[in-house]
Design a protein around this ligand. Structure first.
Ligand SMILES: O=C(O)CNC(=O)[C@H](CS)NC(=O)CCC(=O)C(=O)O
Length: 275
């Protein structure tokens, strides 16, 4: 068994401020004995507009946020999973990516979000992620980490069971959903969606979330969570943001094996396509 930590923060447009929040989370995760720290989508920054999102982006080698976090991972010997932005080809858009920094401080895995959040909800959020973000084109195969075999997905990807099922079929034991959920959609769907993905994939779900007001236009729902493969919530944070916080849970890979052995979910791929 190994302990995993989810970290919750409130990113702004200041990379330096966001790095200092993540440094607090690293210290808390180390003190808790965690073997990996999972941070939210867009931990490096959240812009107030599409134009600001594009103007703030830096390649990882020039990002004070990513370089600072790589140093933290190396010094603390703590793998860190973190959502960031990277420049897309052409210079007019960014990539919404999720990187795995290993305990030596190296970026060893990278996933680019494949489903973009374009919504117009009456009296609710109006957001068009595709204005500033280029969508990814592939699912990253799951990889070994000190807490188990991890499959990467981001935020809105949560609403498409296909990506989770594909990661499970490729033998993921843990699926991540680092997020910056809106408050109305979070209230309505967040925990139900995460528990559903855990139950149907019989995997741990680790979802680190942005919380609180990023600027005067944008508030995130928070409620970072870890769900076990039986669908039980084993770690949870609240929705208010006061300071960067972590929650931890033991990742029991024997439980993953037990749930899958006791209730095999054999798909009828003779009737519907396998994903
Ligand atoms: O803007 C950035 O820089 C970071 N990206 C995000 O915050 C993204 C796109 S706006 N948020 C979501 O996907 C929320 C999904 C959601 O709330 C739901 O599915 O209900």
């Amino acid at each position: 068994m190994a302990i995993a930590a989810v970290g919750q923060l409130c990113s702004t447009a200041s990379m330096a401020h966001n790095l200092s929040q993540c440094q607090v989370l690293v210290r808390k995760a180390v003190a808790a004995g965690a073997k990996a720290l999972f941070l939210p989508e867009a931990s490096d920054y959240i812009g107030a507009s599409s134009a600001e999102t594009v103007s703030l982006v830096r390649p990882v080698q020039q990002s004070e946020f990513v370089l600072g976090l790589q140093k933290e991972a190396k010094d603390a010997k703590l793998p860190i999973n973190v959502g960031i932005h990277e420049p897309a080809e052409g210079g007019t858009k960014v990539k919404n990516t999720l990187i795995w920094i290993d305990e030596h401080g190296e970026i060893v895995q990278r996933y680019q979000k494949i489903h973009l959040f374009d919504v117009e909800i009456k009296d609710g959020p109006i957001l068009k992620e595709s204005t500033s973000v280029e969508k990814g084109t592939e699912i990253l195969p799951p990889f070994e980490t000190p807490v188990g075999r991890v499959g990467l997905a981001i935020c809105f990807d949560l609403r498409f069971p296909e990506i989770s099922l594909a990661l499970k079929r490729q033998d993921a034991q843990i699926i991540t959903f680092p997020s910056a959920f809106t408050v109305p959609t979070g209230k309505a769907h967040w925990e139900t969606l995460l528990r559903s993905r855990a139950i149907e994939t019989q995997s741990y779900i680790i979802a680190a979330a942005q919380a609180g007001a990023h600027n005067d236009k944008r508030i995130s729902y928070g409620h970072s969570i870890i769900v076990n493969p039986w669908g039980e919530v084993v770690a949870k944070l609240g929705g208010d943001f006061k300071e960067p916080e972590i929650a931890t849970a033991d990742i029991n890979l024997d439980l993953v094996a037990k749930v899958r052995r006791e209730m095999p979910l054999l798909r009828r791929t003779d009737i519907y396509p396998e994903v």
